[in-house]
Design a protein around this ligand. Structure first.
Ligand SMILES: Cc1cc2nc3c(=O)[nH]c(=O)nc-3n(C[C@H](O)[C@H](O)[C@H](O)COP(=O)(O)OP(=O)(O)OC[C@H]3O[C@@H](n4cnc5c(N)ncnc54)[C@H](O)[C@@H]3O)c2cc1C
Length: 288
């Protein structure tokens, strides 16, 4: 339970952090809240020779509006997400999701950037980012690039980030006013990762679904965007038969592992149950 030896670096700018990470290559890792990385180091599943702590870079913190988007600095903690009035007003699913991550101690240090950059299929924010069609701002050796969340996740702990990259911010288009939303998470106990979870953002118009997006957590090697399931619901009034078809489409794209949270078949079924519940709650919250 004791990590291997490492050198600690605390840059004060993104440029400096990128320089250090590029110099260290595979021997360096960015450190954010440390609540995924440090446990991995204690188990010796990660043995970086150099830790580049992003905690001293003021530019990486905070939430701001930018036209019709909201931009959240990568080092904004999950606790800060819960406390942000701007996010509560404009993208309340972020608060609802953050409240279901771990416990207050973890949320005080754990960051939004760390949660989405980590690549663990058990992390809750990535599926929400797919649902919201977020874009990640990444600074690397060759300058800044922007990567759609829907193209970022490639496998368990395998993302579009390259050696030397720092995720600087997450950009989210503000969903339509009056949208409904819900993040439904089944877990074995408070503070646990999801057995299965579903995010829904829904806009109603004249009693019909005008727009819908659905994401799934921890039921495959990557977070899933359930595009087909959402398409089935378009133009419907969420009649039970249509919801049943959408739920079946969501279940169909899952490929969970059998583990301590249950057999694969059960977790697939729970992904369906979470989808149905999230749809119901999002619908109840939406203004037509
Ligand atoms: C007891 C416990 C329960 C938990 N339960 C949950 C849960 O239910 N749901 C959930 O989603 N999470 C859970 N977590 C994880 C927690 O939310 C982590 O804080 C989060 O996953 C990672 O964020 P971090 O800021 O701690 O990142 P770190 O642990 O510091 O980093 C994680 C990884 O991302 C990389 N990284 C971090 N920031 C950047 C960046 N800006 N640019 C490039 N790479 C970066 C690091 O190099 C590392 O590889 C739990 C953790 C604990 C200890």
């Amino acid at each position: 339970m004791i990590p291997g030896a490492f050198a600690y670096h605390r840059p004060s700018s993104v440029k400096e952090a990128v320089g250090l990470l590029a110099q260290f290559g595979d021997d360096g890792r960015a450190l954010a809240g440390g609540h995924s990385l440090v446990p991995m180091m204690k188990l010796r599943l990660a043995t970086p020779a150099n830790l580049v702590d992003l905690g001293g870079i003021a530019d990486l913190k905070g939430v701001r509006a930018d036209g019709n988007d909201i931009v959240i600095g990568a080092m904004t903690t999950q606790h800060d997400v819960i406390g942000s009035q701007l996010l509560g007003d404009k993208i309340p699913i972020l608060r609802e999701t953050s409240e279901q991550i771990a416990d207050p101690q973890v949320r005080y240090l754990g960051t939004l950037g760390g949660n989405v950059a980590n690549g663990d299929p058990g992390n809750d924010m990535p599926a929400v980012m797919l649902t919201l069609n977020a874009t990640y701002h990444v600074m690397g050796k060759r300058g800044e690039r922007r990567i759609a969340a829907r193209e970022f996740y490639q496998g368990a702990y395998f993302t579009a980030l390259e050696a030397g990259d720092v995720l600087t911010a997450v950009r989210i288009p503000v969903p339509a006013a009056g949208h409904g939303y819900a993040y439904e998470k089944l877990k074995r106990k408070v503070g646990d990762y999801a057995t299965a979870a579903a995010a829904v953002v829904l806009t109603m118009s004249g009693g019909k679904v005008a727009a819908c997006s659905i994401g799934l957590t921890n039921v495959a090697e990557t977070p899933l965007w359930a595009e087909e399931a959402a398409k089935i619901l378009g133009g419907s009034a969420l009649e039970p038969a249509t919801v049943k078809r959408a739920v079946a489409a969501a279940e169909k794209i899952t490929a969970p592992a059998t583990d301590a949270r249950g057999p694969a078949q059960y977790r697939t079924k729970m992904a369906g149950v979470m989808t149905a519940r999230a749809l119901q709650r999002a619908f109840a919250r939406a203004h037509s």
